[in-house]
Ligand binder design. Structure first.
Ligand SMILES: Cc1cc2nc3c(=O)[nH]c(=O)nc-3n(C[C@H](O)[C@H](O)[C@H](O)COP(=O)(O)OP(=O)(O)OC[C@H]3O[C@@H](n4cnc5c(N)ncnc54)[C@H](O)[C@@H]3O)c2cc1C
Length: 298
């Protein structure tokens, strides 16, 4: 039996060939996954990885920090967006969330129980797995701050428990061995004595609507902020707001956001990213590093 036959026989999750990834990323661009798999549950994912252990695997969550290239992605794309979204609470008020849960949901669940520390997640349109990988953060909060431990799955489908101290956690990055992926994380949170966490969430969302082009296709901030500076200020100071290439343009509201129009190509976005980097380097001698991850063939 070949791999595809084994998958079709043994796997309960959704498995398809040659699937457009446009609906699997928030820029709504890019080509097809050679194979796309959405696990039924953790056991299913373990079996899947065991079958595909020698193949190229790419994990995505909600696709809110990736640029999927137009030529598509070779091998197997595993998408956790609509699966692995259970959570558990123990009697010490510690929560374990699976990696496919949305950041918004996690913020709501913990806020409803008036536990503080994860309210900031309300504005991040990603999954927990992606947030851990990216060390997502905003409003003075960041995802790893309250992590006790995480469960990782390796390329063979074996689970490994790791503690926060096992990672080098830095600005929008965490060191994760190739072929390892986040499956869940356990958080230690404290009761919010002074403020109501649900009110904090409302305020964060209101601020976001005021300052960011919410509701339009983007991946949030494209570039990391350089030391002691803001990528958005640098881009804006060069008069690049509204600059466009094809169907991709720089937001008028927030210069670190690139917006795509319907039928925009991933290449338009990538060319615009290169254009910004070139201009900022020429005029300011600063190399803007991308926060967004590029996935697929160039
Ligand atoms: C409007 C908007 C606003 C945003 N605001 C913020 C913000 O304020 N702060 C911030 O930090 N980010 C922000 N982002 C970026 C993005 O939402 C976060 O980085 C988010 O955590 C990414 O999660 P995801 O599930 O979408 O990851 P994806 O985009 O699907 O993946 C991101 C990276 O993580 C890897 N990955 C995904 N899942 C796993 C997994 N389970 N295990 C291992 N690796 C995995 C992928 O391979 C990829 O390299 C914003 C994005 C948008 C669209």
């Amino acid at each position: 039996m070949n791999i595809t036959e084994r998958i079709k026989q043994d796997i309960r999750g959704k498995f398809r060939e040659n699937v457009s990834l446009k609906d699997y990323n928030t820029w709504k661009v890019g080509g097809c996954a050679q194979y796309l798999y959405e696990p039924y549950d953790l056991e299913d994912l373990k079996s899947f990885l065991n079958i595909t252990k020698k193949e190229k695997i790419t994990f995505i969550g909600n696709g809110s920090n990736v640029l999927i290239r137009d030529k598509g992605v070779e091998g197997y794309v595993v998408c956790l967006k609509d699966s692995l979204n259970k959570y558990y609470k123990n009697n010490k008020k510690q929560y374990t969330f699976e990696a496919g849960l949305s950041c918004m949901k996690i913020a709501q669940i913990t806020a409803k129980n008036n536990l503080t520390g994860l309210e900031f997640l309300c504005g991040i349109p990603g999954s927990l797995g992606g947030a851990l990988r990216m060390n997502a953060g905003c409003n003075n909060g960041s995802i790893w701050e309250n992590v006790l431990n995480v469960t990782i799955i390796n390329k063979e489908g074996a689970l490994i428990k790791k503690y926060k101290k096992d990672f080098d956690i830095s600005y929008r990055n965490v060191n994760l061995e190739n072929g390892n992926f986040f499956i869940s994380a356990k958080f230690d949170l404290v009761e919010n004595g002074l403020n109501n966490s649900e009110d904090i969430i409302k305020k964060f969302l209101k601020d976001r609507r005021a300052n960011q082009p919410t509701g339009l296709p983007s991946c949030g901030s494209v570039f990391k902020n350089p030391k002691d500076n803001y990528a958005a200020s640098l881009i804006e100071s060069l008069g690049l707001k509204s600059h466009r290439i094809g169907g991709a343009y720089i937001s008028e509201k927030h210069a670190n956001f690139i917006i795509t129009e319907k039928n925009s190509k991933s290449d338009d976005v990538e060319d615009l990213i290169s254009h910004i980097q070139k201009k900022v380097f020429e005029k300011m001698n600063i190399l803007l590093e991308t926060e967004v991850k590029f996935i697929g063939k160039k």
